[in-house]
Design a protein around this ligand. Structure first.
Ligand code: NAD
Ligand code: IPM
Ligand code: MN
Length: 357
């Protein structure tokens, strides 16, 4: 029996609706397997700006640091989208990732046979797809020097993409190790034909692979071509490692393989401290407050939390099995129903909770 303290960061839009379902699922697992999880909610994003002026209040950082793991919903929305605003909800998310040193974002693209109809792609294309993306999360263009220069017609804006050797080494090592535990294939995605940091990335990745992982099948693909391969021959990839922005874009694209952003969880890990778990999707302002958001990405993120931060593999698997069960039972939220019958956020979570064994 395990005691664990979990911080909830519901955030904005559908964030609170789905985080609550993740919490309920974790609570059910605790009861069933005899663990004691304590939950503490903290503010991040737009709601934190409204309440404190800061998208990541110090209190939130402190609570996260002293927790065992963090479950986050989503941040952002039209209310805070003014491009001339002093700060933004998204800043809070970038800061917590940086503060906790969460340089590796694991985004598994797992297919559910039951959802073959939910994908806009043909079944024979998506068949056999199982990709693990490793997105570098605390470097690259997201964190490079930025600014506005000049004024009026002369004004310009810049944001630099910066990667250092150790930053590339650590994410490539993690990706290569992940490949060894899977199908032993690693693809590195970059834009080395144009961007200097991508050329550094490619050199460092090649050296790490040659010297430390000669047994892993390794190749490189340019990001624009990768965008195309992903929907043409997704089953050919095993582990994919890439920089912060490329990973952001390619995984939203990859969500169309299983059929919805609402199905994809992620784990953000560093070296040692608490991990942060969240769906890859955002705050979905278009459906916020309607009770129709798909909670499964968050519920699957809760499973990753149990596996990666708490070492509870059987418990994690019990959630994943329950998700498969409700899909087999034909239950669908609107995003995966493709026009057919659908149920709401809470009903979907209820079904998962009742299926956990
Ligand atoms: P989004 O991911 O919020 O939504 C894109 C589309 O997918 C929308 O049509 C939405 O309704 C749908 N969708 C997303 N999640 C869903 C779910 N669980 N169930 C059903 N449908 C779902 O992306 P966006 O609209 O471009 O961004 C909205 C806001 O979210 C922005 O402020 C953005 O910065 C923020 N955002 C936050 C995160 C995060 O907190 N990790 C991630 C991405 C975007
Ligand atoms: C994500 C989101 C974030 C990102 C934003 C909201 C900062 O899109 O988690 O994928 O770009 O990393
Ligand atoms: Mn994203």
């Amino acid at each position: 029996s395990l005691n664990a303290s979990i911080v909830l960061l519901p955030g904005d839009g559908i964030g609170p609706e789905i985080t609550e379902q993740g919490r309920r699922v974790l609570q059910k697992v605790a009861e069933l397997f005899g663990h004691a999880f304590t939950f503490e909610s903290q503010m991040i994003g737009g709601i934190a700006i409204d309440e404190t002026g800061d998208p990541l209040p110090q209190e939130t950082v402190n609570a996260c640091r002293s927790s065992d793991a963090i479950l986050l919903g989503a941040v952002g929305g039209p209310k805070w989208d003014d491009p001339s605003a002093k700060t933004r909800p998204e800043v809070g998310l970038l800061k917590i990732r940086k503060e906790l040193g969460l340089f590796a974002n694991l985004r598994p693209i797992k297919m559910f046979d039951q959802l073959a109809d939910a994908s806009p792609l043909r079944p024979e294309i998506i068949k056999g797809t199982d990709i693990l993306f490793l997105r570098e999360l605390t470097g690259g263009i997201y964190f490079g020097p930025s600014g506005r220069e000049g004024s009026g017609d002369e004004e310009s804006a810049s944001q630099a993409m910066v990667y250092s050797v150790p930053e590339v080494e650590r994410i490539v090592r993690l990706a290569a190790k992940a490949a060894q535990g899977r199908n032993n294939r690693l693809t590195s995605v970059d834009k080395a034909n144009v961007l200097e940091p991508s050329r550094l990335w490619r050199q460092v990745a090649a050296r790490v692979m040659e010297q430390e992982f000669p047994d892993v099948q390794y190749d490189v693909v340019l990001v624009d071509a990768m965008a195309m391969h992903l929907i043409n021959r997704p089953a050919d990839f095993d582990v994919v490692v890439t920089g912060n922005m490329f990973g952001d874009i390619l995984t939203d694209e990859a969500s169309m393989l299983p059929g919805s952003l609402g199905m994809l969880p992620s784990a953000s890990l560093g070296s040692g401290g608490p991990g942060l778990y969240e769906p890859i999707h955002g705050s979905a302002p278009d459906i916020a407050g309607k009770g129709i958001a798909n909670p499964l990405a968050t519920i699957l993120a809760a499973a990753m939390l149990l596996r990666h931060s708490l070492g509870l593999e059987a418990e994690a698997a019990s959630i994943e099995k329950a998700v498969e069960q409700v899909l087999s039972d034909g239950l669908r939220t609107a995003d995966i129903a493709r026009g057919g019958d659908s149920i709401g956020t809470v009903a979907m979570a209820d079904a998962v909770i009742n299926s956990i064994k």
